[in-house]
Design a protein around this ligand. Structure first.
Ligand code: ATP
Length: 331
């Protein structure tokens, strides 16, 4: 039996985690969940929102499913998510965005993937106050990390039979940092003559994405732009409740929804578990449980086809009702 680290997270995290665990169990797949607590609830006892045991568990199991963890503001702790990605060198953040059956959005032809560099850029966390009225934050872009993420994007395109990789930067303004990222993209692109390489400025990308998202295939970009653009692309397919994500490294992977802990919905049985479930389906494919992944995906899509939605998608279903509907469709 495969062991997977499970982090139930904060806010709506425990509700959507429980829904997903129940669905996987009902599909007939047995997983040995190594449940690890993290976030604000462990600070008092362990002195940190991200205890070493959590990282150790992921290192040992090499795969984790993670619900959102909010980093308490004003406590001086760095973001748990950022720390985890850096500590485990989960360098590729992969966020596929594809229309879901019967989920009404402005566009019906969205099928793109945002691949975000996950370890550096402004997320390196190097910032300081110069004086009372001035702060400085340092943007780190290295050749090693940029080439690695661009190569990942092209390899992803080859593996998933995609036609194009588009690199988004602001190289016209950040000439040295984004200029280096773009230079790395060009170097790597030359190794993949069968995949079309395209370059775009990230502001223009945002404009074009909301005008015609069908124009885009695989997108690769530095950390901060990737964070912002992937929320935009989540909006193209129905919002944060349905946007999945994976953090992939050489020695392991952490699967998690794009959304945060949504404290406004905590304990109300209103959260949409779809983003967490799609992340879990991606996790099952990563551990090569293809049959169960396909079965659960089919059951989820059937629920949408039947017009059953949680409130964020205009429906009336509670989290637990949605969970039970998916379970019913597992057949
Ligand atoms: P954090 O600080 O952890 O990022 P946040 O509330 O600022 O949390 P998100 O949690 O990403 O940001 O989401 C913003 C809003 O989107 C939430 O307040 C909630 O109303 C909605 N939302 C997010 N995820 C879901 C979900 N799974 N189901 C339903 N609504 C959601």
């Amino acid at each position: 039996m495969k062991t997977v680290t499970l982090i139930k997270g904060d806010g709506i995290g425990p509700e959507i985690s429980d829904a997903v665990m129940r669905i996987i169990e009902a599909s007939g797949l047995e997983i040995n969940w190594d449940i690890q607590t993290a976030g604000s609830e462990v600070i008092a006892e362990e002195g940190t929102p991200l205890p070493a045991r959590v990282l150790e568990s992921i290192k040992v199991n090499q795969v984790a499913l993670k619900a959102p963890i909010s980093t308490p503001i004003g406590t001086g702790f760095r973001s748990v998510n950022v720390q985890m990605r850096q500590a485990l060198d989960l360098y590729a953040n992969v966020r596929p965005c594809k229309n879901l059956p019967n989920v009404k959005t402005r566009y019906e032809n969205v099928d793109l993937v945002v691949i975000r560099e996950n370890t550096e850029d402004l997320y390196a966390g190097i910032e300081h106050k110069i004086d009372e009225n001035t702060a400085e934050s340092i943007k780190i872009i290295s050749r090693k990390a940029s080439e690695r993420i661009c190569r990942y994007a092209f390899e992803y395109a080859v593996e998933h039979k995609r036609k194009e990789v588009c690199c988004a930067t602001k190289a016209n303004i950040c000439k040295l940092s984004d200029g280096l990222f773009l230079d790395c993209f060009r170097t790597v692109a030359a190794e993949y003559p069968k995949i079309k390489a395209r370059e775009i400025l990230v502001d223009n990308l945002c404009l074009q994405l909301v005008q015609d998202p069908s124009e885009f295939d695989v997108l690769v970009m530095p950390n901060l732009y990737g964070d912002i653009v992937s929320d935009l692309t989540a909006g193209l397919i129905g919002g944060l409740g349905v946007a999945q994500g994976s953090n992939i490294g050489k020695y392991g992977a952490v699967f998690e929804p794009v959304h945060g802990s949504a404290p406004d919905l905590k304990g109300k049985n209103k959260a949409n578990p779809t983003a967490m479930l799609l992340s879990a389906i991606a996790m099952l494919r990563y551990i090569e449980e293809y049959e169960h992944a396909d079965k659960i995906e089919k059951a989820l899509f059937k629920v949408f086809e039947d017009g059953c939605f949680t409130e964020d998608l205009g429906g009336k279903m509670k989290t637990t009702e949605f969970r039970d509907a998916v379970i019913m469709n597992l057949g």
